[in-house]
Design a protein around this ligand. Structure first.
Ligand code: AP5
Ligand code: MG
Length: 190
């Protein structure tokens, strides 16, 4: 399957992506995780991305798009993949469309996690004490939410119009959400 998972910062995309990947036997590809790995390794990509990430802004499309194009061309993604945190802009949607079209492939669906915005600020502040992510401060979390609202939330309508969008309630226990997500994906296969 070729899927994307969307939702605001802290919605649980990464948490659920791990379970989806296991259940459906596809790699979970998180642009945020790839950027963070590059930041840790001190690569030029990491140096470039860090300036934006620490401020809660999006990394430029040109950088992000070529990174994803390379990643989904790898062997483990040949049979399918789950994209976590991509696409997030109109230009990224167009780029993903063209990557898939070039390979003669189609997206099976988009899973959107719906959450309460105050609850997810609390989730991220809690995560800050565990993972120490530079962008998990209250100010940057609020900026990430704004950027999501401006640039990414409108894309939900784009996928809804295409008819392969499933919205899943992302509140409640992690395993309850996982069961809802699995059921939604099974529905897409239908
Ligand atoms: P990214 O790493 O994708 O961050 P994000 O979108 O802000 O989302 P998070 O990873 O913070 O949250 P999540 O939805 O994955 O939730 P999680 O499962 O961790 O991107 C970071 C930055 O990279 C961006 O700001 C941007 O700069 C750059 N970037 C990335 N992609 C880009 C792109 N395409 N274009 C341009 N720039 C890009 O859960 C959050 C916490 O809640 C965890 O502690 C978790 O344990 C907990 N939790 C999860 N589920 C539950 C639950 N049901 N109940 C209670 N707690 C829960
Ligand atoms: Mg994440």
């Amino acid at each position: 399957m070729r899927l994307i998972i969307m939702g605001p910062p802290g919605a649980g995309k990464g948490t659920q992506a791990t379970f989806i990947a296991q259940e459906f036997g596809i790699p979970a590809i998180s642009t945020g995780d790839i950027f963070r790995a590059n930041v840790s390794a001190g690569t030029p990509l990491g140096v470039e991305a860090k300036r934006y990430m620490d401020a809660g802004e999006y990394v430029p499309d040109s950088v992000t798009n070529s990174m994803v194009r390379n990643r989904i061309a790898e062997d483990d993604a040949k049979g399918g993949f789950l994209l976590d945190g991509y696409p997030r802009t109109v230009a990224q949607v167009a780029e993903l469309d063209s990557m898939l079209a070039d390979a003669g492939l189609e997206l099976d669906g988009a899973v959107v996690l719906t959450v309460d915005s105050e609850a997810i600020v609390q989730r991220l502040l809690k995560r800050a004490t565990i993972e120490n992510r530079a962008d998990d401060t209250e100010d940057v979390i609020r900026r990430r939410q704004e950027v999501y609202g401006e640039q990414t939330a409108p894309l939900i309508d784009t996928y809804r119009e295409r008819g392969a969008l499933v919205e899943v309630d992302g509140m409640g226990e992690v395993d309850e959400v996982t069961q809802r997500v699995f059921a939604a994906i099974e529905g897409l296969k239908g």
